[in-house]
Design a protein around this ligand. Structure first.
Ligand SMILES: [Zn+2]
Ligand SMILES: [Zn+2]
Ligand SMILES: [Zn+2]
Length: 165
């Protein structure tokens, strides 16, 4: 964690910015959280406990999040539809990709070696040097899918199959 703070301090210096107590606290909290959180959730977390004394404004939270994302410390994840956005730290975290359910907002993290290898080959073919990538698949999760199927069954009533011709 101290390393991350140092890295962030260096990154900020390159932009003529300082690692203020507020920015350091935002960094600490987001790196202590091992799930995907929204800017508003983070803001609420910073209004509790010891963080509260620093009186971090919503604007500071948003600005610091974009700085952290720009610098590759965290990654934003768009939830699709209602334009919600969640963040997670990526430094010190194993690489993974995401499936996002557009119905319930569930996020499934997955890793697939084959998929990674295919991407690596594509990158190579283009003589490109990749630094990072994100793969988000949007759709419907298993739970929502079976819930909607149950509903279909219930609403189709008698269920006497017409059979196929
Ligand atoms: Zn990947
Ligand atoms: Zn779902
Ligand atoms: Zn994730």
């Amino acid at each position: 964690m101290r390393n991350v703070a140092l890295l962030f301090e260096n990154y900020l210096r390159g932009k003529d910015l300082r690692l203020t107590k507020q920015r350091a606290e935002i960094l600490r909290v987001i790196f202590a959280t091992h799930r995907h959180i929204s800017a508003d959730e983070l803001y609420e977390m910073l209004r509790q406990g010891k963080s509260k004394e620093l009186r971090i404004s919503r604007a500071t939270v948003y600005r610091t999040l974009s700085l952290l994302e720009e610098g590759g410390f965290i990654q934003g994840l768009d939830l699709g539809r209602d334009g919600g956005r969640l963040y997670e730290h990526v430094l010190g975290h194993d690489h993974h990709d995401h499936m996002v359910c557009l119905d319930c907002g569930r996020i499934i993290e997955f890793h697939d070696d084959e998929l990674e290898a295919v991407q690596a080959r594509a990158v190579q073919r283009h003589g490109f040097v990749a630094r990072s990538h994100r793969l988000n698949i949007y759709g419907t999760c298993e739970t929502c899918l079976s819930a909607s199927q149950d509903q279909d069954k219930a609403s189709s009533g008698n269920g006497a199959g017409a059979g196929e011709g």
